[in-house]
Design a protein around this ligand. Structure first.
Ligand code: PEP
Ligand code: MN
Length: 348
């Protein structure tokens, strides 16, 4: 159920509607829009009696949301969600393309700082790096944990990059949220519902990667878990799905870009690194992602990929990243976007 407020509704009227929804035993989710505020209602099993709600002051109409995902749906919020960061002009979901770059894992302070310097110089605004790694083998490198978070905090200070890193479990979620600007929930955790709910109680944006075999609806329902707890800053990330196709690690499903944008207001990034698993496919698929209308890309960059502790074969060299940025900058206006590189490029 959705309460659409009148354009001229006052904050007091919005609050009164929220209070009324709480009294009914449900949860209100006020979502301010450019024209008017909509208040999503969750926690109800069936229909909410709309009669009383409709008579409250400032209410324009009460409508039923038929999709299973509600807060993630465009029915509830028509305009695109834009994620902003205090002290930075970087955004995710606005006209500017968001580019997230960095190694799969933070392996050492020297490695991370060297890569960060190069991606910042090429114009990236966001740095990624794993501190806690979801590895197929328990014997593989698991990440440097807190030490890696501290290195990334140094990178934020030094290069002005916003930090995106994965929280692998609820034990480390709060710690990751304390150090990172965006908390990543990985593909393997996309349906870890207790972790999603806990991430919903954070006041930090969450980057949610698509599960290895998740449908569009399952993906948005996972986002809904986070939003239902009151955290509306969810960034979706397509990172390839499992198919019979065996020429690449995964099949990057770019057709989900327009499909998601049709039904959801949430920003959407594409990860062509995990999506292909191959260095030589990253640039073509990054171009394709931008051409398809994605809000940006997340790519793995390594200065010595041949000796990387994880995902070396899909990590591009910093020089390749720099050319990718030039190409994406040229491509951006064709799809009505910009790629502002000026600030960081000045570091060069
Ligand atoms: C990652 O981005 O570091 C990662 C592990 O990705 P995914 O969860 O998509 O496999
Ligand atoms: Mn990786």
């Amino acid at each position: 159920m959705l309460v659409v407020m009148k354009a001229q509704a006052t904050p007091e009227e919005i609050q009164a509607v929220c209070d009324h929804i709480v009294q009914l035993g449900f949860r209100p989710h006020p979502l301010p829009g450019a024209q008017r505020t909509a208040i999503g209602i969750t926690g109800n099993q069936g229909e909410v009696d709309r009669g009383n709600l409709e008579s409250l002051s400032g209410v324009a109409e009460v409508i039923r949301v038929s999709k299973p995902y509600k807060l993630a749906s465009r029915d509830v919020k028509e305009e695109d969600t834009v994620i902003r960061f205090a002290g930075s002009s970087a955004t995710i979901g606005a006209r500017d393309l968001a580019v997230v770059a960095g190694p799969c894992s933070i392996e050492s302070r020297d490695q991370a700082l060297a890569i960060a310097e190069q991606v910042a110089a090429a114009g990236a605004r966001f740095f990624r790096g794993g501190a806690y790694k979801p590895r197929t083998s328990p014997y593989a490198f698991q990440g440097l944990g807190l030490d890696a978070l501290k290195v990334m905090s140094e990178i934020r200070e030094k290069f002005g990059l916003r930090i995106i890193t994965e929280a692998l479990d609820s034990d480390t979620l709060d710690l990751v949220a304390e150090w990172a600007d965006v908390v990543q929930i990985g593909a393997r955790n996309m349906q870890n519902f207790s972790l999603l709910k806990k991430a919903g109680r954070l006041r930090k944006p969450v980057l949610l990667k698509r599960g290895l075999s998740a449908t569009l609806e399952e993906f948005l329902m996972a986002a809904e878990y986070v939003m239902s707890e009151g955290n509306y800053e969810v960034i979706l990330c397509e990172r390839g799905v499992r198919t019979f196709s065996d020429h690449a690690r995964n099949t990057l499903d770019l057709s989900i870009v327009p499909a998601l944008q049709r039904v959801s207001h949430l920003p959407l990034l594409v990860d062509p690194s995990h999506g292909t698993g191959r260095r030589d496919s990253v640039l073509p698929m990054a171009r394709a992602a931008v051409a398809a209308g994605a809000d940006g890309v997340m790519v793995e960059v390594h200065n010595h990929p041949e000796s990387a502790l994880s995902d070396g074969p899909q990590s591009i060299y910093p020089e390749q990243f720099a050319s990718m940025m030039v190409e994406l900058e040229q491509l951006a206006p064709i799809v009505g976007r910009t790629l502002p590189r000026a600030v960081s490029a000045a570091v060069q």
